[in-house]
Design a protein around this ligand. Structure first.
Ligand code: BG6
Length: 505
């Protein structure tokens, strides 16, 4: 068995213990941490929810099915599931009731006595976001989180609905908890390939000298999904792709690419450097939004010979809904390094391929000595960081085609995770849960980061709210989104780059 750093005795409360997130993500991740010996020696999980289960056993069986269905290591259920499951109990309780918190206090006291230590207590709020403030108030009123050194609270997105509500929530929380007790999840930051951006940029001397507007022409970030809104219509009606993906995941990717080198890997140092990028993003004037941002909504259509309904026909969606299921935006980071380098980002549902991809497009070589016919397929260098589902980094450069003639064409040099590391990458939630247990906030959103990100998208939100879309639905499922998104980038003489496997130029 692998030896890892020793973690303190911990009680993990999952509020929303009977919900989807617990089933799909949290428990499969915790089980994998258990298999790899990453959990503390003294560790229990207490699920709290409103659903009733006949017994802990019944609850554990439901979680087992979740692991069976959603875990990357479903084959490893036989060996250790039983031992792991014995750490889990479930309580059907109302989180708005004071009595619930009294019980929580007594369980903590019991465990502290039997472990003979003061454990770390984590409250994971896997509940609807509107319940979070009430729960925070109850925890405060019952004085459960008084000791910041050993109590933590984990929030899922969305963190606020706009700048004002995010500020309000942050104010409420800062009155109750210390910032280093609050773990705001952005699950993209837990992805291996996203974390690797830091290693790639800051552990290699090769790229830093060219990582700026002298050498980089533009940057693209694509987060394309092949799924529709599924059964999340009522949430999505309030959110839309700009709030759901750009405010958090996409802007965080942009920050990782654009941030200055940190002086240490201390959580606040990394977060300071990232928030600097958000502050440097050029404010888009509300009147100018149409020139910088494109929205789309999928129509009915076909995906791999299967008929799918349009967004407006989805469950819990208004037949006249203005909610966008696609967004493309052109940003600028107004600092010395990035002056006038466009950052094009796009994200959408029901797109042609699932692909999260970052493309760094370098400028052309300054002079060109080769004869014209040598280089008909000549292209400037390009670096592509494929976050998912492919996990690789590729550098495109020119090579001489073998043969007597001097003919050049672009080739890719590829680093593939799967080939280099046997495909054993942890899921984002594994990394993030381990960080919560060990108290490392590097990959979590700080209050000011969340607010700065809301600030960036506020003009777009406002412009779109004030001017309802007239052309929705405007893209077909299985496409790359509305034509305007192509035009947004084509106007500058570029085109969107798709999955590396499709790069044929
Ligand atoms: C979530 C969004 O945060 O991220 C979803 O709410 C989206 O709408 C999901 O589907 C995408 O995550 P991933 O890890 O599948 O890219």
């Amino acid at each position: 068995m692998q030896e890892h750093k020793k973690l303190p005795p911990t009680i993990l409360f999952i509020f929303g213990g009977s919900g989807d997130l617990t089933n799909r993500k949290l428990v499969p991740a915790l089980y994998n941490l258990y298999l790899d010996n990453y959990l503390p020696e003294q560790f229990i999980i207490i699920g709290v929810g409103r659903t009733s289960f006949g017994s802990d056993e019944e609850y554990r069986n439901k979680l087992r099915q979740g692991v069976q269905e959603f875990s990357r290591r479903k084959d490893e259920l036989e060996q250790k599931w039983k031992d792991f499951a014995s750490l889990i109990t479930y309580h059907e309780l109302d989180l708005s009731d004071d009595a619930t918190y009294q019980k929580i206090i007594s369980w903590i006291a019991e465990k502290s006595a039997s472990w003979q230590t003061k454990p770390t207590i984590i409250f994971y709020l896997a509940v609807a976001p509107q319940l979070a403030p009430g729960i925070a108030r109850k925890l405060s009123a019952q004085k459960i989180c008084e000791d910041p050194s050993c109590t933590r609270i984990v929030f899922e997105k969305p963190f606020g609905h706009d700048l004002a509500s995010a500020r309000e929530l942050n104010q409420l929380l800062s009155g109750i908890f210390a910032e280093d007790q609050i773990f705001r999840i952005d699950h993209y930051l837990g992805k291996e390939t996203v974390q690797n951006i830091l290693a790639f940029r800051f552990a290699n001397a090769l790229y830093e000298p060219i990582w700026n507007n002298n050498y980089i022409d533009h940057i693209q970030i694509t987060a394309a999904e092949t799924v529709g809104v599924e059964d999340r219509g009522s949430y999505y009606e309030q959110a839309g792709a700009l709030r759901d993906m750009v405010q958090n995941h996409v802007l965080q990717l942009l920050c990782m690419i654009a941030m200055e080198p940190p002086t240490s890997f201390e959580a606040n140092e990394i977060r300071n450097k990232k928030v600097d990028v958000l502050h440097a993003l050029r404010k888009i004037d509300t009147e100018e939004v149409h020139a910088h941002a494109v929205r789309g909504q999928y129509s009915e259509g076909w995906i791999k010979a299967k008929k799918v309904q349009g967004y407006r026909q989805e469950k819990n969606v208004s037949p006249k809904s203005p909610a966008e299921t696609f967004v493309a935006v052109k940003f600028f980071v107004d600092n010395w390094r990035w002056r006038n380098v466009p950052f094009y980002v796009r994200t959408g549902k029901y797109l042609h391929e699932k692909a999260t991809l970052i493309t760094i497009q370098f400028k052309s070589a300054p002079g060109y000595a080769f004869p014209k016919e040598a280089a008909e397929t000549w292209r400037p260098n390009r670096l592509t960081i494929s976050i998912q589902p492919e996990m690789d980094i590729r550098i495109r450069f020119q090579a001489k085609r073998p043969g007597p003639d001097m003919i050049l064409n672009p080739v890719d040099m590829i680093f593939s995770y799967a080939e280099a590391y046997d495909g054993k990458e942890p899921e984002a939630y594994e990394t993030l849960l381990e960080d919560v247990i060990s108290g490392n906030q590097t990959l979590f959103m700080r209050a000011d980061q969340v607010e700065a990100a809301w600030k960036v998208i506020t003009p777009i939100l406002e412009a779109w709210q004030n001017r309802l879309p007239v052309d929705f639905p405007n893209y077909a499922p299985d496409s790359w989104g509305p034509e305007d998104a192509e035009a947004l980038i084509a106007r500058d003489g570029h085109h969107w780059v798709t999955l590396p496997s499709k790069i044929k130029e």
